[in-house]
Design a protein around this ligand. Sequence first.
Ligand code: DAH
Length: 340
Amino acid sequence: MKKEINKILDTAQKEIPECQNLDSLEALRIKYTGKKSDLHSLLSQIGNLPPEQRPEMGKILNITKNKIQKLLTHKKEELQAQSQKRVAQKNKIDITMSGRPVEIGAKHPLYKIWDEIEDIFSRLGFEVAEGPEIETDYYNFDALNTPEDHPARNLQDTFYLKNGNLLRTQTSPVQIRVMENNKPPIKIISPGRCYRNDKVDASHSPVFHQVEALVVGEDVSFPDLKGTLDSFVKTMFGSNIRSRFRPHFFPFTEPSAEIDILCVNCNGKGCKLCKNSGWLEMGGAGMVDPAVFENVGYDTEKYTGFAFGLGIDRITMLKYGISDMRLLFQNDLRILKQFS
Ligand code: DAH
């Protein structure tokens, strides 16, 4: 029996240290120490030995089993350490490796101008106000003194939603929302998206952008309107670019005017861009109609105000020499990359 025991220990001492992975080590553990192992069957044969040999054999068997168990434990630790090291190596971050190139986007030209507009007006003391793009008839039309039969309310011009609301056709409703929630003095601009049921062409898009301005106070006058607009136009387009008013009608202002600026392309000499008129249309303006003040509960004896609305798309196109409005919405990278 001693011989057999020694043989088992010998092969275990050879096999276990040479083991390459945890799976085969587990197989060896079963082979040498499991229920069906040789060692185990020898242990169960001890009872068949003459009684005086039993203690010695039992002792030898136990010592051998312990030795094998130690070998197994030692090997297991070694293999586990190796595999941990491999994982660590795999996950190691090589900080000297050059990174993947990151494509840095650029601001869309329209939003560059949007930002610039906010900058210019905030330097003139204006705050930026926001309003929803889905509006009610009340804010988009009624409160702005636009009667039921006004052509702008036509289904053909306005996108109505099933629930009776609409996509705002102008940023002017923000005027009402601001006045409802604030007392004068008021000095805000509100840039934003607007929607009209227009066919797409070089100068029309069903989605477009306006910037609204509203100033209300005790002595706000028409010259304040003219001065503010002139100062904006000169900062945006250059000190030689004058602005002018042409009489017009808007339901929410009285008097009302359309704003022109000197053609930025020909400086007023006349060219294709300005259709030889020397002037470019920029938007509408006027003194807030007292009927609008009444709708928001302002004292029409005490307060006066001016308002205007300009096309941000138009300003962007003039500023960058873009001749077709569609280029602002098609997101053609060949175009947009020129603004990065
Ligand atoms: N909301 C007008 C439009 O979309 C533009 C406008 C005209 C805005 C006169 C104003 C204004 O604030 O006073 O055609």
